[in-house]
Design a binder for this molecule. Structure first.
Ligand SMILES: NC(=O)c1ccc[n+]([C@@H]2O[C@H](COP(=O)([O-])OP(=O)(O)OC[C@H]3O[C@@H](n4cnc5c(N)ncnc54)[C@H](O)[C@@H]3O)[C@@H](O)[C@H]2O)c1
Length: 326
């Protein structure tokens, strides 16, 4: 039998890493799950705790703790590292200094041991960290994927569902695009409900639902993460499942459409950054970027978001290139 072993790694086994590990193990997404953290003893404890849960699931995933270099043979590495002292802040961009330093530490090490698989990155600020992974890893563009606005897009679908009579969010096609942060925007011109453009759906059902307050729905989607963060100090289950979903889409070559932060080739008029856009995810990582024809207002919002990401990328590269040159 030609056995194909599905190997997934997780670097950073805090709140998000643990939720991702749980989703991977309990949904039988990998045959082998490798966990790595700078705190190797805690990571070992987590791995052993997961191993204890396997017999009660339909999965046979073997879970083990490894040093960073032990992730080299993985098909996919899920990235959920951050400084443990991460303090609640009003912007994900404030986390950049700490997470950029970790990125500059771990990516060259994984490159050196020959990691050739796919990275899926949750670490914030997600778009900038995704770009740094691309730049430092030497991997092709399609191998480096940030979760970007994937979770925000699910929130958008749910918020919209709430104001149109509870239509199953899975029957709604709606995406947040741009930065995984305050500057993201809803691509309203592209939204469909059961394939029907939202404007038509709204017109046909006006007597029942009245006008849709798009600004309110969009704002609620944009800020939902903070509403969770304010109450429990982190978010983990949505993003943990999101990471596992990306892993499954790659391993199963599912060619699922999702928002993701991916390196741009001019599809939206932007180059040399990672930013959230609808993508098709399959065996090769990013199979395709779907190019929405945004309206003028949306394109302006998207461009502003892209400029913000680019300014932070520039600043980070300057800081690190300068200190490397000294
Ligand atoms: N993209 C999203 O939608 C989304 C949602 C939620 C959280 N996040 C982000 O996910 C990241 C993780 O959040 P969390 O709540 O799990 O944090 P956490 O503090 O609970 O866990 C972070 C882990 O990273 C480990 N770590 C730190 N430096 C390391 C290194 N050099 N090598 C290996 N491991 C290292 C820490 O020991 C810790 O276990 C954060 O950047 C957070 O902002 C993203």
């Amino acid at each position: 039998m030609n056995e194909t072993v599905r190997r997934v790694g997780i670097v950073g086994i805090g709140n998000v890493g643990k939720a991702a590990a749980s989703a991977i193990v309990h949904n039988n997404i990998a045959d082998e799950l490798y966990i790595s953290d700078i705190d190797s003893e805690r990571a070992k404890g987590e791995a052993w705790d997961f191993a204890d849960s396997i017999e009660l699931t339909s999965s046979r995933t073997r879970v083990s703790e490894v040093p960073l270099e032990g992730l080299a043979a993985c098909d996919i590495i899920l990235v959920a590292v951050t400084e443990r002292s991460e303090i609640p802040s009003s912007s994900r961009l404030e986390l950049l200094k700490g997470t950029a330093a970790i990125t500059y530490d771990i990516v060259p090490k994984l490159r050196k041991v020959g990691f050739k698989g796919k990275y899926v990155i949750a670490t914030n600020p997600c778009d900038i960290i995704t770009y740094l992974f691309y730049r430092l890893s030497g991997l092709p563009k399609n191998h480096v994927i940030g979760t970007g606005t994937a979770l925000d897009s699910m929130r958008l679908r749910r918020q919209l569902s709430n104001v149109i009579g509870g239509v199953d969010p899975r029957s709604i096609n709606a995406f947040m695009v741009g930065e995984h942060g305050d500057s993201q925007i809803a691509a309203w011109s592209q939204v469909t409900v059961g394939g029907q453009p939202l404007d038509q759906f709204e017109e046909d059902n006006f007597d029942e639902f009245g006008p849709i307050d798009r600004d309110q729905v969009e704002d609620a989607a944009r800020h939902f993460g903070w509403e969770i963060h304010k109450r429990k100090g982190n978010t983990q289950f949505g993003i943990g499942n999101e990471l596992a979903f990306f892993a499954k889409s790659i391993l199963n070559d599912a060619r699922t459409v999702t928002a993701a932060s991916v390196i741009q080739n001019g599809e939206y008029g932007q180059h040399d950054l990672a930013i959230g856009v609808p993508t098709i995810i399959g065996r090769n990582g990013v199979e395709k970027i779907i190019r929405f024809r945004l309206n003028e207002k949306e394109q302006e919002g998207f461009n502003a978001s892209a400029e913000l990401i680019k300014s932070y990328i520039k600043q980070t590269l300057e800081e690190h290139e300068e200190s490397a040159a000294k």
